[in-house]
Design a protein around this ligand. Sequence first.
Ligand SMILES: Cc1ncc(COP(=O)(O)O)c(C=O)c1O
Length: 494
Amino acid sequence: MKEILNKENEEYAYKCFEKTLELGFKFKLNNDVKEKQSKKQQINQLLKIPLDGIELNDLLKYFSEEILPYCTNFSNENFMGFPDAGNSVAGISGAIMSDFLQQNLINSSFCAPIATYMEIAVIKWFREILGYKIKKINNIWDVGGVITYGGTGSNSIALLLARENFKKDTMINGVKNPENYKVIIPKGIGHYSIRSALMWIGCGDNIIEVETANYRYDISALRETLLKNKGKIMCVVSYVGDSRTMTIENLKAVYQVVKSVDNNIWLHVDACHGFSLAFSEKLKKKIEGIELFDSISTDPHKVLAIPYCMSALLIKDPEKFKLVTSTSDLIMQEDFAFGQITPFIGSKSWVSLKTWFMMQNLGIKNIGKLIERRCDMAQYLKKQILKSDHFILMNEVNINSVVFVYVDNKNELSKMNINDINALNSQIYDYLLKEGKYYLHRFPIIDNMGAIKEDETIVVLRYMSGNDNISYKDINNMLTHIIEVATKIKGENK
Ligand SMILES: Cc1ncc(COP(=O)(O)O)c(C=O)c1O
């Protein structure tokens, strides 16, 4: 049967794979972020069940003509909204390889023998560069990390650990009074996954948002909240690169204030983005103190140019995974079965292989250089924004994110209406999205720095990139394009 890979159809399958690669290249190297805008009506067409099947070559042709033009190319140099470029050659190679090899990281001795050791190695590398202690690894409980499919999964496991650490055996007994399992986050910048995870693990919507200043905890407000809720807080979450502004928390101050109030509170840092700074000798001091936290979420698929999906949750004390161990005779009770310490996930593909490939290929030093360049690009954009009369900078620019708004003339800000600024920036975003040439992100944010008006909600545009193809010229062209688009919209609005 030629549809199932075997020795007889090797040549046919090889040609199909070549064609697949060709399409992948064509897509990734395309000049547009997106060729065509998809329409809602397409859903109906796509819902039809394939009854008779289509030969793979014909399917690839159909896919190339009818689907690919509607896909968004995160690797295009004009895609400046999110960091996840997914364009490391070694990373893609590792991704293809892992799909080919079909290793199951739930068990080691039978399903994924060498793969398990390589996954352990990736976790150990991350622990080491972030400053966690490294134990001699005799079994899975010495590893101190698990691989998940994303930052959301890693944050969820961190909260589960925090819950068990706070009240042992909640796994067995259930959550009795959810209001006594509170989690503190910084107001206005947190990623939704923390609130959702708290609800997913049965602790209800018991998030406390603490006031922020410059997109970091207001430390005295944090102290006050901790004292007021003493005994009812299981976890405090900080960000090393929050989803909106990429600001780095004042980690040591958070650590000290939390520990001074209650030593039993689990300190989690979501460093999905900011852990990338640890690769650079020059930048790693910006995240000093991260090693004090009980757990760290990292998201290589955001910052290491590898394809989706791969995240790693690291914990300071590897033994704590015993709090959430799964025991079943379907997961082997062997020294190195990741299935025992990875909540929520059963069969797991070898997603860490793409990171292994990327890291082996570049080495820490060259990854560090890439990260430095990304931060330099963001600083360059910041400078252009500060120089221009048309743009207002909304964040400090700690990592690779530049948050800004377009205005007619920033010297006449006092005469402008915030609703008009918000409407214009929303229109700019919609225009760009429809046009498909550039992509920037848009979201509302509370003006924490008083850039326009303190505490007002401002609709901002955001440049953020992990795409190492972006050049200074691309950044200049993007700003020029926004000015042109804004002028056009203003003309049409008249
Ligand atoms: C700070 C932060 N944490 C967690 C996540 C969730 O990561 P993922 O989308 O990989 O689940 C994101 C996603 O953007 C994020 O920005």
